[in-house]
Every structure is written in C-alpha cells, then in structure tokens.
Design a binder for this molecule. Structure first.
Ligand code: ACO
Length: 435
C-alpha cells in the first residue's frame, strides 16, 4: 500500500459552504497523488479525466516509469540491466513474484512453465473455424478466450494455486497459440512445442520448423527474440493492462481477462503500432519522400500520425526504443543484412523528426515500436505477426498485474463515472405525434 498521508489538499466548492480535505498519498518513487475517494460524499461532485491522463487507477509494486527522464524499472530493476543480463523467463519470475529467482527457484519455474506449453488437442479444431487469411490477433482473441472452456481446474480466482497454474498456462501456451495462428495462415502443419528448448527458442522452432526437415534455432535470432520479449514484458497501467484489470475486477477468469487484453493491444495507437510503423515506412518508400510525409503528419486535417513516435507517459526517449535501436543494428549486422533500406529510412526519419519543432515542442520521441518492426521483419516474421508477438511477451505483465489486483484486499470492481450531456428526463411521445 501507499504510505500514509503526510500532506493533504483542501478543496472548497465555490458558491457553497462545502469543503473537503483529501490526503496526499506517496509511493516509493514518483509524484504524490491525492486520494479523491471521499470527494463525492463530501462535495457531491466527481472528477473528470477522459483518457485517465491524471488518474492513478491502482496501487502497484510491479513496474515504474518516469516518463520525463525516460526510466523504466521492473520491480526496481532498470530495463537496461535486465536486457543486458537477464533472460525472459527470469524476468517473468521477477514480475510475478517480486524478486529475481535463485538458481534453484529459476530452474523450478522454468520447468513449471515449460510443462504447460502444449494445448489441449481439442483446441486444434478451433483453428479450422477461421478463414486462412484471418489476422493472428483475431485468432488469438478467440483461442485465448477459449482456454477458459478447457482448463476448468484453474478457474477459481480466489485460490492461490489456481492462480499460479493459470499464470503458468497462459505464459506457456501463448507462444504455441501464436505460432499455430501463423502456421494455419500459411497452410503448414502445426509444430508441437519442445520443452528442451528455451522459451524464445521454442517459439522460433514452432514458428519456423516443418516436420519434413530438421530445424536448428539460430542463436542470434533466439537471443534477439528473448530481448524483444523482455522489453515488452510489462509497462504499468497502459490501455491493455488496464483492460485486463478492469475485466478482472468483475471476477472474470484470467483466460477471459487476457483475451480482453489482447483485443485492447490490437489497436494501432497501442500494440498495433509496430505493424503500422512498417506499413508507414513502406508507404514513404524513400528518404526523398520524408519531408512531404511529415508535412501530412503536421497537417491537422490529415489525421496522419508518425507511427512509433509519441507516448502518453514518455516525454523523453523511450528507454526500450534505445535498446531496440541498438539490437536492430546488431541483428541486421549479424545476419549479414547490410544497408537495409527500411532501417536507413527509419534512421533518417527519426533524425529529421527529432529536429523538427512540431515534434520537439510536443516532446514526441520514438517509442518501442519504432524499431521493433524492422528487427522482427529481419527475423523472418510477417508484419501481421508483430502485434501477436507483442501479446506473447506482454502476457506475463498482464498476468502479474491481474494477480496483484486479485490479491489486494482493497480490490473492488472498476466502475468509472461520467458527465452526462444527453437529454434530461422527458416523456415518451407516440410516433403519430412526433414532428
Ligand atoms: N504523430 C504526430 N503527432 C502526434 C503523434 C504522432 N505519433 N503523437 C502525438 N501527436 C501530437 C498530437 O496530435 C497532439 O498534438 P496537439 O497538441 O497539436 O493536439 C500532441 O502530439 C499530444 O498528443 P496526444 O494525442 O495528446 O498524446 P496521447 O498521450 O493521447 O497519445 C499516443 C499517445 C496514442 C501513443 C500517440 O502519441 C500516438 O498515436 N502515437 C502513434 C502510435 C504509436 O506509436 N503508438 C505506440 C505507443 S507505445 C505502445 O503502446 C507500445
């Protein structure tokens, strides 16, 4: 819980004799927040904050972002240190449990997760219900939601062991579900998971392998995959995480909640941005066209956005974008891809945008998605899989946040209010009397 109030805010309602004193709560780091829970009872008014830009919706110990400084911490550890020294399953343990595992704990956790990589065989038949050209995110929304129809034994959200098993199942099965969505689209047989591989290796194996040939996982690609997964693992109360929490606050089961998170992630303003960045770069096509493109972006009537730029919280360089940019160069170099035209275009676009007053004044910097599409493309993923990969990586964040919420004794159903601006109460008029 947040620290008890040392300071407070007193609000007096103009034109009335009503006032209230609201406590200021402090977290371990970051700005204080004032607790408005008794505002309506004391003053009879609500707060108005569309988009929740000024509202803390919960108390959380998992991830901290300082958007002005460009800092991202998972359980206190800087993302740069985790990206450099850790691996994805260790980060999963950290996010779920609050501490880095000892070697024994880490091995037991890995074994626990990897034991759950297979899907119930009946789930295979779900895929046949989709068109072959279905977007992988559409397939994932459906198949992940359907997990709740298969794993009845771990649906009791009030039982710690059920929560643990559901967390394992979700983290373990998402790569299988995503890889099979791809296999279904291209008409290749589903490849069953291999638990002797690491989490990232197993995903690449299920995605790329075919039964007819031996497939060896390229260590450069598995290292990059692991890094991408770490960078996307959690990001505090973003749209999809808030969706998961809101769905979970009703008591819905974790599989249904994660399906809701996947739906929310899909949008181009959120996880769909990596796909949108690549499409944008392909549309721009050449550095000579950047100026005209940016003119469109700056034209208010045009509704064109510079995808992969801007962030609700970061008003500085997204620390994940810096790591991703370096990884992108490294991977392309190690794969022997020299002078990738899309990367060259992205670097030039970034340079021009960062010196353009429109972006400077609005503090618009590259976010994690600006470079992730280029690296994923180089790794052989089709554009339509980009957001699905994000969903695979973010599942641990969603599950950790859901679990934290369920374990919070103060948890109650999420239920925002509104300013009603529609018609006041009026009487029904029969159709014959309507003008
Ligand atoms: N291109 C051009 N202008 C932009 C962009 C952009 N990418 N992002 C913000 N702006 C402008 C807005 O038009 C607004 O201008 P105004 O003050 O003249 O009206 C100003 O910057 C402030 O932007 P808001 O829309 O208020 O910022 P908000 O916090 O609501 O939106 C968002 C954040 C959705 C991420 C936005 O920056 C955006 O759409 N970016 C492109 C999509 C993207 O890359 N999304 C990925 C985010 S990271 C993630 O989810 C993993």
């Amino acid at each position: 819980m947040s620290a008890p109030a040392k300071r407070s805010v007193t609000i007096t309602l103009d034109g009335s004799n009503k006032s209230t004193t609201l406590p200021l709560l402090s977290g371990s780091v970051g700005p204080d927040v004032f607790d408005i829970r008794k505002l309506y009872a004391d003053l009879g008014v609500f707060t108005f904050d569309p988009g929740y830009g000024a509202t803390a919706s919960c108390d959380s110990k998992i991830t901290y972002i300082d958007g002005d400084e460009g800092i991202l911490l998972y359980r206190g550890y800087p993302i740069e240190q985790l990206a450099e020294n850790s691996n994805f399953l260790e980060v999963c343990y950290l996010l779920l449990n609050g501490e880095l595992p000892t070697e024994t704990e880490g091995k037991a956790f890995e074994l626990g997760v990897m034991r759950h990589t297979m899907l119930h065989e009946q789930l295979r038949t779900f895929y046949n219900g989709f068109r072959r050209d279905a977007h992988p995110m559409a397939v994932m929304c459906g198949v992940v939601g359907a997990l709740s129809a298969f794993y009845h034994d771990s649906l009791d959200i009030h039982d710690a062991e059920s929560r643990r098993i559901s967390a394992f199942r979700l983290i373990a099965k998402l790569p299988t579900i995503a890889a099979w969505a791809h296999k279904y689209t291209i008409g290749q047989p589903f490849v069953y998971p291999r638990n002797d591989l690491t989490y990232a290796e197993n995903f690449l194996y299920m995605f790329h392998a075919v039964p007819a040939e031996e497939y060896k996982v390229n260590p450069i690609l598995s290292k990059a995959m692991d890094l991408i997964m770490i960078l996307h693992a959690d990001h505090e109360q973003n749209a999809s995480t808030s969706t998961v929490r809101l769905a979970g606050s009703t008591g819905a089961n974790p599989f249904a909640c994660i399906a809701a998170g996947i739906a929310s992630l899909w949008g181009p303003a959120h996880g769909g941005a990596n796909e949108a960045v690549l499409k944008m770069l392909e549309e721009i096509g050449h550095v000579d066209n950047i100026k005209a493109f940016l003119a469109d972006v700056k034209d208010k009537d045009n509704h064109t956005k510079l995808m992969g730029f801007g962030h609700r919280v970061y008003k500085n360089y997204d620390p994940r974008a810096k790591i991703m940019q370096k990884a992108c160069h490294d991977v392309l170099e190690e794969l022997g891809i020299k002078g990738d035209p899309l990367l060259d275009l992205a670097v030039e676009l970034e340079k021009i945008a960062l010196s353009d007053p429109y972006f400077v004044e609005r503090k618009l910097y590259p976010n994690v998605d600006f470079y992730s599409g280029i690296i994923l493309k180089a790794m052989g993923f089709p554009v339509s899989m980009f957001t699905a990969l994000f969903a695979v990586s973010r599942t641990v964040g969603w599950v950790s946040q859901w679990k934290e919420m369920i374990e919070d004794p103060a948890q109650r159903i999420g239920r925002p209010r509104q300013i009603y601006t529609g018609a006041p109460k009026r009487d029904f008029v029969p159709a014959s009397q309507r003008s």
